[in-house]
Write a protein that binds this ligand. Sequence first.
Ligand code: PEP
Length: 258
Amino acid sequence: MRTRLVAGNWKMHTTVREAHDLAAGVRDRLAAADGADVVVCPPFTALAEVGRTLAGSPIELGAQDVHWESHGAFTGEISAPMLWDLGCTYVIVGHSERRHLLGEDDETVRRKVAAALAHELIPILCVGESLEERDGGRTERVVQTQVRIATLDVPPDQAGQLVIAYEPVWAIGTGRPATGAEAGRVAGLLRGWLREWFGEAAEAIRILYGGSVTPETIGEFAAQPEVDGALVGGASLDADAFARIVWAVATKDSSGAP
Ligand code: PEP
């Protein structure tokens, strides 16, 4: 019942020209994408151009962050209505780089999730433990707390729209992904907590894995019943690699190419 999803996080990469070329490459390779939703999240500066490049294609546009207020004296920030105005349908919230490098806390993430939903953007809520937390046996508590606080303001009738990306911090950008079994175990725990908090709606919430996903590693994540897709960083900057990941998620077969 859940449509699988692959999201590409381009982080602080690409000029407008480079973003256009990358988006065109993804669009041309995935013109007939079937079996999975696909979203690319360029930097703010390239959203308008990538939106134009993807017009008429099934690939959706997402942003990498959002402020919780809709307007006001918040120099340098971008609001949900501004993203919606550019054609965004998704927004990444609480990415570990924002939490760990830019000081974003659970309370901030909670406000951003609420703002996204209030303005018809689907939040891709990122959660995950650090290496120290993992080694200390605190993965479950950390992930549960992050998701609980972030979703406190989500009304049950909107909960089904949420996307949660389980991204262990130690796996992001390190070339050292979790195993499929580890990702599947945490995704299963997440589903259980979401059922407690949101009842039936939990079945519609998509849970992604993120952390050093490549065309070579996606197969074991796609095979997990509770993993509904992937949030992809580095490999999303290569149109071929990204298209192969989408293909594997859409078909649950990592041996083929589009
Ligand atoms: C990410 O940015 O969310 C991510 C998972 O990055 P990478 O795929 O490069 O590890």
